[in-house]
Design a protein around this ligand. Structure first.
Ligand SMILES: NC(=O)c1ccc[n+]([C@@H]2O[C@H](COP(=O)([O-])OP(=O)(O)OC[C@H]3O[C@@H](n4cnc5c(N)ncnc54)[C@H](OP(=O)(O)O)[C@@H]3O)[C@@H](O)[C@H]2O)c1
Length: 283
């Protein structure tokens, strides 16, 4: 196996590369410095030259609120950029892993979303990730689409880091309590990606840490585990305006993972414990 990982300078791409190397798998990372996804010729030239047997496509436009004011750029990177990666992977006869999101759903009800449920994105970012999924599904057969949610990793900004910083500075914080989902540690997601890569078990999977929490519950968990006295005040989405509308029900049904013979994801709490430990040892 020879693997190309896009978004190598981001949270997930970094951890996928690290794990591939640990497993002794030939791999290479690429980010904007190597090629811009939106340049189809550059993407194809880079992939053809490296000739991978698999592409893990982690690169994306990920600023959900900013996307509302620059929808064309977001669609170009996540929609057209993914189309470019699909074409490049096909030219190299490589299988492809595409990372997608809970934001492809409309967040109604309280039942966990299944992989075959209908799309209903509420914001520009979610729509662009649907375009990316469509590009993969319409052109390829050897693909894995992994929808994940609320990602945190060592190599980048995320909710956990923000809470740790604000928790040091403020006595209390207002955090949204009516959006429910599963925070996901990039190391755990990277493990699943690396387990799937050598298989032919193609399709759409939901991969997130086990357990559902609101942002406020997760913030509270972070404060307690980090030994911070900052008090979390639960508020509604309506009380906390943001540029992009977000789904209230971001629960993803992850049962297909174990049904397909892959090791299950650890719990949110276990993931947070390991993440905080890694942050401490990195200081
Ligand atoms: N973060 C989340 O909570 C979350 C939730 C669900 C799904 N996902 C999905 O999971 C995947 C990984 O997310 P992440 O948090 O690891 O993302 P990330 O940290 O933002 O990393 C994405 C990387 O892609 C690069 N990139 C952006 N535009 C590019 C372009 N035109 N050409 C080449 N590279 C480009 C970025 O470079 P710059 O930083 O220089 O722009 C960045 O290094 C993404 O597909 C994302 O949509 C994320």
């Amino acid at each position: 196996m020879k693997v190309l990982v896009t978004g190598a300078a981001g949270q997930l791409g970094h951890d996928v590369l690290e794990l591939l190397r640990l497993r002794g798998i030939e791999c290479r990372g690429a980010d904007l410095a190597e090629f811009d996804l939106t340049d189809g010729a550059a993407a194809k030239a880079f992939v053809t030259d490296y000739a991978p047997t698999a592409v893990v496509h982690c690169a994306a436009y990920t600023n959900v609120d900013k996307a509302e004011s620059e929808p064309e750029i977001c669609a170009e990177v996540n929609g057209m950029g993914t189309m470019n990666m699909v074409r490049a992977a096909l030219a190299a006869n490589a299988k492809l892993v595409y990372i997608s999101t809970d934001y492809v759903f409309n967040g109604s009800g309280d039942k966990p979303w299944k992989p075959d449920d209908e799309y209903g994105p509420l914001n520009v970012y979610g729509m662009s990730k649907v375009q990316g999924e469509d590009a993969v599904r319409s052109l390829m057969t050897r693909f894995f689409i992994l929808r994940t949610s609320w990602v945190f990793g060592l190599n980048g900004k995320n909710f956990v880091r923000t809470m740790l910083r604000l928790g040091e500075e403020k006595p209390e914080l207002r955090v949204v309590a009516d959006q429910v989902g599963s925070p996901t540690y990039t190391r755990d997601l990277a493990r699943v990606i690396c387990d799937m890569l050598p298989t032919e078990k193609y399709g759409i999977y939901h991969v997130r840490n086990e357990g559902f929490v609101s942002w406020a519950e997760f913030a509270d968990m972070i404060m307690k585990k980090a030994g911070l006295s900052c008090r979390i005040i639960p508020v509604s989405t309506a009380e906390y305006p943001a540029a992009a509308k977000r789904p209230l029900n971001s629960r993803l049904d992850g049962s297909k993972l174990a049904e397909s013979g892959f090791a299950p994801m650890p719990s949110v709490e276990d993931a947070l414990d390991r993440y905080l430990e890694e942050l401490r040892s990195a200081v």
